[in-house]
Design a protein around this ligand. Structure first.
Ligand code: ADP
Ligand code: MG
Ligand code: ZN
Ligand code: ZN
Length: 318
């Protein structure tokens, strides 16, 4: 079932709405939501039965030798439905519903590297395991969440991997609420420690309270011990020796001095030695320089007012 092609083959040209991907990702409230495209709701392959007749060679008796048998196999439409349902359980934010590798515009060499790292991870993911994750570090609005979203969407919808996305402060809030309802931290962390690929966004954000540190430590330790792949995005800086390039020249501090101060802080200091050393083993590091333009701002400056309101339905370019 791996890497099965879900495209509409032989339909005489790709669908104009989904571009032949057979599904669409749209924003639905706070979340990114996938649905099967109109072109593929009625399955032309199995006629809606959900399975197709295939042939399998087996040897049941040595005397007769190998023989071919008719077997019922799940149709690709069943696979598609499962993947779409799985995607809708990932928890990706609605603001990055349209985010793909194709519509990520690298303004800097390091952004190109970040995109390549994420794409390489997504396209070479091995379901058998042993996949090294990545940590994307960089200033606000440089497309870190965009790349996490593009990566998870590819994995879930095109490769058939189970994945979850969590924004760190929402995770802490959920666990706190769980505590109040009498659940243990482990009960809430449990499912997250088992999911095949977990993306943790805004690593290092928060108050750094003992509760937060312990929660993160436990989650990462569990995933580490289970050899699970974890992806991270953070606004905090990596260790100087981990930076591929440093664009210090021409750096102008923003108007918000506090932000500048916070961004100057190192991820290592924010998350502590234990977590940081685990990250080093679990992930490759990509850092976007401080002077990478904030895409949200650039977009506002370049486009006339209200002009970039997203189209209601937009196919993702994956
Ligand atoms: N390089 C880029 N190319 C295209 N869109 C981008 C890029 N960087 C950011 N965006 C868009 O800008 C918005 C903010 O990006 P986001 O990924 O949330 O930034 P970050 O997580 O780094 O703060 C999103 O809608 C995202 O799709
Ligand atoms: Mg982000
Ligand atoms: Zn379509
Ligand atoms: Zn079918």
């Amino acid at each position: 079932m791996d890497r099965a092609d879900m495209g509409t083959k032989g339909s005489g040209g790709a669908c104009g709405v989904c571009g032949g991907r057979t599904y669409l990702i749209e924003r639905q409230g706070d979340l990114a939501h996938a649905r099967i495209c109109e072109c593929s709701v009625q399955c032309k392959v199995c006629g809606g039965r959900g399975h197709v007749l295939g042939q399998q060679e087996s040897t049941f008796s040595k005397k007769v030798g190998p023989r071919t048998y008719d077997v019922l196999m799940p149709c690709s439409c069943t696979l598609r439905q499962k993947r779409v349902a799985r995607f809708n359980a990932v928890g990706l934010p609605g603001v990055v519903a349209h985010s793909s590798f194709d519509n990520y515009i690298p303004a800097k060499t390091q952004q190109d590297k970040a995109r390549s790292a994420a794409m390489h991870f997504a396209h070479h993911y091995e379901k058998a395991g042993g996949n090294k994750g990545f940590v994307l570090s960089g200033p606000v609005g440089t497309g870190k969440t965009h790349l996490l979203a593009a990566t998870l969407a590819h994995l879930v919808l095109e490769v058939g991997v189970g994945a979850r996305y969590v924004e760190i402060s929402l995770l802490y809030a959920t666990i706190r609420r769980g505590f109040q309802e009498g659940k243990s931290g482990g009960e809430i962390i449990g499912p997250l420690s088992e999911v095949e690929v977990l993306a943790i966004d805004e690593l290092g954000k928060g108050r750094g309270s003992p509760f937060e540190m312990e929660t993160m430590d436990e989650l990462i330790a569990r995933r580490y011990n289970a050899h699970r792949t974890t992806l991270f995005a953070t606004n905090y800086s990596l260790e100087p020796e981990r930076k591929a390039t440093r664009a210090v020249a021409g750096y102008h501090s923003t108007d918000d001095a506090k932000t500048t101060l916070r961004e100057a802080e190192l991820l290592r200091e924010r998350v502590g030695e234990r977590i940081y050393s685990r990250l080093c083993e679990m992930c490759t590091f990509v850092e976007l320089p401080k002077d990478t333009p904030d895409h949200r701002r650039t977009r506002h400056e370049l486009e006339p007012r209200g002009h970039h309101a997203h189209a209601k339905i937009r196919a993702t370019g994956r």
